[in-house]
Design a protein around this ligand. Sequence first.
Ligand code: APR
Length: 170
Amino acid sequence: MGQIHIVTSDITRLKVDVIVNAANTSLLGGGGVDGAIHRAAGGELLVYCRTLGGCPTGEARLTPGFNLPAQWIIHTVGPVWQDGEQEEPVLLYDCYQNSFRLAAEQGCRTIAFPAISTGVYGYPKREAAEVALHVMSNWIDGFDRITACCFSQADADLYHALCPACLFDE
Ligand code: APR
């Protein structure tokens, strides 16, 4: 039986089988967590991503982790928040679902997610966390450890309020 862990950390530091990147459709890097992952993984990641031909919103692509502690990276493209009526919840659900599916196919047992779409893409944090935790709970038996990697204590507190049973990692 897997566990959902909530941690406040830079996701590039986590030693897990796979970390998930909140990318854009080009897969050629950007700011936020995307920029941090490309910086930490090194230039080979961009060379590899150039061969992938981009990624539609809601879908996911697997790459090696290169210089990261994580063996793999799954790049997924979250929806840009408009007004909540443009399929944003469905597309965000697909990001988590497709990332889990790829990780399971790769045989990963530990996985860490950032809060996809809640930065530059403007998705409200609470609504996004509800989607994330819903999909994570669906996959809990398929992994040993699922980590919600928050980048602020406020974000971690939000996850904990929504998931009192989740384990808090210091
Ligand atoms: N580790 C973990 N989480 C991080 C890190 C990090 N090093 N850096 C940022 N975050 C958090 C943000 O605080 C936010 O909660 O990741 C979440 C997602 O924010 P963004 O990185 O802005 O991603 P997103 O909102 O999905 O927008 C994607 O931004 O960086 C560009 O190329 C990216 O165009 C794409 C867009």
